[in-house]
Ligand binder design. Structure first.
Ligand code: DOR
Ligand code: ZN
Length: 429
């Protein structure tokens, strides 16, 4: 394996260091040694002319199904999908079976991630034991084991007193975030898609946007009280965006993420009862998409996150009412973001890199997201103009529940370099 790698003549974009220019990057012993005009030789030289050389992309919201549902995804298959998608770090959600709610489980995920030897695998532990929303999990032990934050993702913590206790307790620890899938179950009920005109036409029970907004509003009051860093997962409604804007302007420690499907698809997509469009929070309306995109432009959205949620074909083949929620998108997320944000010129490349690497790293409190000297060499090299057709059968992910099959997207991952090692190369495919 090459110890030293020289990446020549790429467009290097490193917003943390205000770099956006054509130059070289030298990796020595797994670390960034130099960014600039590099004359020295290396064991391996990669020609990056016409390519973008970026700090490794970070996806802070993925569902790998280990333990419990390994037929849908393992940490090994999910990690392979991650590097093929350009991601040098991912954060696993704890809604496995059993849930990740103790230190042993956190250690297990880390160990399997290291063994997979693809992407860095981080973990958010469950806020409550068994994700049941009642008793706090052993957060301190999970932090010792390396958990970067907590969430009951898949559902929100319904009980206000439990959530307040979780935030108070977690605020004793440094560098930890509490993340929430905002959804009030009493309002969401048995809904399976956005509630509105389309759910009425289809005769399907809807999830009112208020289900998300009520819990978000409630949690903002708890942040006000505790000052605990709080992250809003997969923001899906215009009103949520408004609430976050206000909270940020009040200087509360709030961050948020947007998922590709909430930038590209509306609830109209459910019209054929195709369960590949069944996702939670549900696909909303064009107005919601517009508000989320505007918030990305304004810097209100801190991170783009795939919410990669693999499911078995046999389960997605159930009728819309009973099929599970979720979209598998890790391997095409980059192209989807480019389509939603770069192609229509909503943001430029440095802004894009900032919300795909620098700011996500800050949310989970890891020393990543830049190409500063001596940092671990996590680098993604992409060809921004290369057009390809999404083919789910080529996914490394074990699951194919992806509504983007057949879509034409731009932005091909050329190399994914993790800790100075090439863990994915388009050339070997
Ligand atoms: O669509 C979703 N799928 N939303 C969630 O919150 C959970 C996820 C899953 O785990 O499948
Ligand atoms: Zn969620």
């Amino acid at each position: 394996m090459a110890k030293n790698i020289l990446i020549k003549n790429g467009r290097v974009i490193d917003p943390a260091n205000k770099i956006d220019r054509k130059c070289d990057v030298l990796i020595l012993d797994g670390k960034i040694a130099e960014v600039g005009k590099v004359e020295s030789k290396a064991d391996l030289t990669l020609d990056a002319a016409g390519k973008l050389v970026l700090p490794g992309l970070i996806d802070i919201h993925v569902h790998f199904r280990e333990p419990g549902d390994e037929e849908e995804e393992t940490i090994a298959s999910g990690s392979a999908a991650a590097v093929a998608g350009g991601f040098t770090s991912v954060v696993c959600m704890p809604n496995t079976d059993p849930p990740i709610d103790d230190a042993t489980s956190v250690e297990y995920i880390h160990r399997m991630g290291r063994q997979a030897r693809k992407t860095h695998v981080y973990v958010m532990g469950a806020i409550t034991k068994d994700r049941a929303g009642e008793q706090l999990s052993e957060m301190g032990f999970m932090i010792q084991a390396g958990a970067v934050g907590f969430t009951d993702d898949g559902s929100g913590v319904q009980n206000v007193a439990v959530m307040l206790r979780a935030m108070k307790y977690a605020s004793m620890f440094k560098n930890i975030v509490i993340s929430q899938h905002c959804q009030d179950n009493s309002l969401a009920g048995n809904g399976v898609m956005n509630s509105g005109y389309n759910s009425t036409v289809l005769g399907l029970p809807g999830i009112d946007p208020l289900a998300e907004e009520m819990m978000l509003w409630r949690d903002i009051q708890l942040v006000r009280k505790t000052n605990m860093p709080y992250h809003v997962q997969h923001v899906s409604t215009a009103k949520s965006v408004k609430l976050i804007r206000q909270a940020k302007s009040d200087c509360l420690p709030i961050t948020c993420e947007a998922a590709p499907h909430h930038l590209l698809l509306t609830d109209e997509a459910c019209c054929d009862y195709d369960t590949n469009y069944k996702v939670n929070p549900p696909l909303r309306t064009a107005k919601d998409i517009e508000a989320i995109k505007q918030a990305i432009k304004d810097g209100i959205i801190d991170a783009l996150a795939s919410d990669h949620a693999p499911h078995l074909k046999s389960e997605k083949e159930l009728e819309f009412l009973t099929a599970p929620f979720g979209i598998a998108s890790l391997e095409c997320a980059l192209g989807l973001y480019i389509k939603a944000l770069i192609e229509p010129k909503i943001i430029d490349w440095p802004q894009f890199v900032s919300i795909m690497s620098e700011r996500p790293a800050k949310i989970i409190g890891v020393d990543k997201g830049t190409l500063s000297k001596d940092k671990q060499a996590d680098i993604t090299i992409i060809d921004p103009d290369f057009e390809y057709t999404v083919d789910v059968n080529k996914f490394r992910s074990k699951s194919k529940n992806c509504p983007y099959d057949g879509w034409k997207l731009k932005g091909k991952v050329e190399y994914t370099i993790v800790g100075g090692e090439i863990r994915y190369s388009a050339r070997e495919v």
